[in-house]
Design a protein. Sequence first.
Length: 562
Amino acid sequence: MKNTAEHLLLKHFEQVSEAPDAVPRMRRFILDLAVRGKLVQQDSTDEPAAKLLKRIEAEKKQLVKDGTVKAPNGLSPVRDAEITCDIPVGWKWTRLGDSVNCHFGGGTPSKGNSSYWGGDIYWASVKDIGKSKYVDHTIDKITEAGWANSSSNLIQPGNLIVVTRMGLGKVSINRVPVAINQDLRALSLSSLAAIDFYYIFFKTASYEGTGLTVKGIKVGELLNFPFLLPPLAEQHRIVAKVNELMALCDKLESAHIKRESRRDLLVAATLHGLNNGDAGSESDELLPFEESARFYFNHLQRLTIRSEHIQQLRQTILRLAFRGHLVPQNAEDVALPTFSGKAKSKPANFDGDVFRKAISAITLPSNWLMAPLTDVCAAIVDCPHSTPIWTKKGQICVRTNQFRPGYLNLADVRYVSEETYQERIQRLEPAEDDILYSREGGILGVACRVPANAILCLGQRMMLIRSGPAVLPSFLEMLLNSPLITSIARGMTTGGAAPRVNVATVKAYPIPLPPLAEQHRIVAKVNELMALCDKMAAQITKTSTNRRQLLDATLNEALCRN
């Protein structure tokens, strides 16, 4: 890459480095330029690749004559249809096998014979190749007996080790003698080939592979792979430039990781202050909670640059909402009457360890109450324990995959007959603002209200919750989706592979209850802040797209200038 291309990347790095996989994409771009002759300038004094190829052929013929290697199978010339880019000055399209003097396969000693394993001979398999450029050791070792009684070859240092199946295309260079298994192929290159350039080629090559279960490439296909051969001197210049630019990418990547790590720590520390700060003190000094809140919201745009930051912010908003920290209390609010627990027996689970841990983490304002869900609801029913019989039309029967926190997706619905519908609403017919709650399966612990004018019945793995006069349906829906309740749901799941929350556990959920007027204020504030989160999430997506486009444009401009 000429200085102009490097300058373009550095000039825009602050903007493009936030793009998804920015530095890895730069690495791939550099390697792509390298094998197409666009990374360094061609030198008219270099020996052309055509002459180099003749010297490689002469060397191979001499090795065959000396009995050092076997005579190779003939390779066909590269066809026009296989040429994928223009030929740089002094380069030549060849077959990969033209530069390979010999190649070796491998094998695996019997796993059932312990005397074959744990010796001093490095034995490479797919899991040892491609992790890094060089192989200096292997996970497994074999003994002399294991090597002698298998088809594995002992490969001397300085060969390309290529994976030909089970990880097709991975490549490394061995710097120690190593035996290899049957999924690898060792390529011994001509002494007139720069092995590091061929390594770069393999890092950019794409193999289709064949096979119904495990994709692989045959030796003949590998050796016949089209290869654009540069002059030897240019091979060495390319390798030096790639090493230089990869070192630069290392620095950029390290700086990016450090920056993101510091940002994540700052976000985590600030959110921790928001989640754990004491907002109940009457001290005249600035409170830790207020400090965290002021700092976070003053720097919101700089702190929240990834989708996971938005999710963390959403969870923090809900934590604050149901601990009385999101809106101020008003002494004129009418307090709710105390729940005696006599009308409905308190579930035993309310005093369980998971519940105590959740409740102990909360200090409620003085005018708030805490009661089990069953005491604040007019009705809580489980779904029918039967699989619906689906029909092409009829009444809607909802499934848990339609549930989103605070939203029921009715764009893709399924139906049951009127008879089935009547059977499934016998316990309770869903009405507007009733809450659907998933208590089993992959979408466990999600609450959403029944929208207006919707006629539907329950499918499986869900419950129907109807709030009582002491709690707003919108407030209860938000609470059921909050970290307070979801942490209990996760902690109380049963069923192993099919996790679920028991109905008794759901009925025992601890519900913090502010006065109704404050519930209205909390719902309004949460909706306002969640709308802000939506806007920020959309902006993050837009910014990410813009950065990706800028990176593409920068790389394309760099390519055009080379």
